[in-house]
Design a protein around this ligand. Structure first.
Ligand SMILES: Nc1nc2c(ncn2[C@@H]2O[C@H](COP(=O)(O)OP(=O)(O)OP(=O)(O)O)[C@@H](O)[C@H]2O)c(=O)[nH]1
Ligand SMILES: [Mg+2]
Length: 232
């Protein structure tokens, strides 16, 4: 793959794990933008998803997930990562790849580096009132009940140390992944930080998160984890 950005050599230590479900209207443009970056890339799609033959993206690994769900896509993608670090990178165009370099620089000092839309220069063009309130509530539950020091717990634009992530033994196959991961990371006392991130609007298509159903599942997961750690 070509590297037109003259980026740091250490970027090749990074694999982007790109979950993509029904993103036909976005994925081509996302992969096109990513062509400028010298990262490994793994796209994870639901079963029986195929791409037009005219798409010419060499060196991108495509995996059809064996189960269903966002968390499952990530877990199966991460299983295939061979680099020291990986980055969860959405296929809807909302993550700006220009932020990765700054996040990756911090991997010298931290095991996990999270983006946050709610820090100083962070912003979201994609948030609705409901998602804004939901993120605020869940980030505060994370902070008060689990001591997770993240201002945007559900965003999940994150660079992770691959072997440390595997030690967490994250199991969630759905959006519960977004809280199980940081809560277990805090409990293991791994090092982490969050940085401002600017979330762009999704390019097209529909969001896969259902604020009420997934919000409820996320809340149940937090309650379950709270009692499982309390009883230890
Ligand atoms: N492979 C796979 N990818 C998924 C699944 N569910 C969601 N995704 C992808 O995960 C990423 C995040 O999902 P989104 O629907 O964008 O969630 P969101 O960012 O909270 O919602 P938006 O407001 O639309 O941006 C997107 O790239 C989706 O295509 C799934 O079941 N399987
Ligand atoms: Mg999105």
């Amino acid at each position: 793959m070509t590297n037109t950005n003259n980026l740091d050599n250490n970027l090749s230590n990074l694999t982007l794990v790109i979950p993509a479900k029904e993103e036909a209207g976005c994925l081509y443009r996302v992969l096109k933008e990513l062509q400028n970056f010298n990262f490994h890339k793994i796209v994870v799609t639901p079963k029986n998803t195929s791409f037009p033959k005219s798409w010419d993206f060499p060196n991108i690994k495509i995996i059809n997930q064996s189960k269903i769900g966002y968390g499952n896509a990530l877990l199966e993608g991460i299983e295939n990562v061979k680099t020291k670090f990986f980055c969860i990178f959405n296929a809807d165009g909302s993550f700006n790849p220009n932020e990765i370099n700054n996040m990756l620089k911090l991997s010298i000092n931290y095991d996990f580096i999270f983006g946050s839309r709610y820090l100083k220069t962070g912003k979201s063009d994609d948030d609705t009132f409901l998602t804004l309130i939901g993120n605020y509530i869940f980030s505060n539950i994370g902070r008060f009940f689990f001591n997770v020091k993240l201002s945007d717990i559900l965003y999940t634009y994150v660079i992770a140390n691959t072997s440390k992530f595997k030690e967490l033994e994250v199991k969630s196959n759905d959006f519960r992944f977004c809280v199980e991961f940081p809560i277990k990371m805090e409990k293991k006392k791994f090092s982490y930080i969050d940085l401002p991130s600017y979330e762009r609007s999704r390019i097209s298509g529909k969001k896969k998160v259902n604020e009420f159903i997934d919000g409820f599942k996320i809340l149940c997961e937090m309650i379950k984890l709270f009692f499982s750690y309390k009883n230890k």
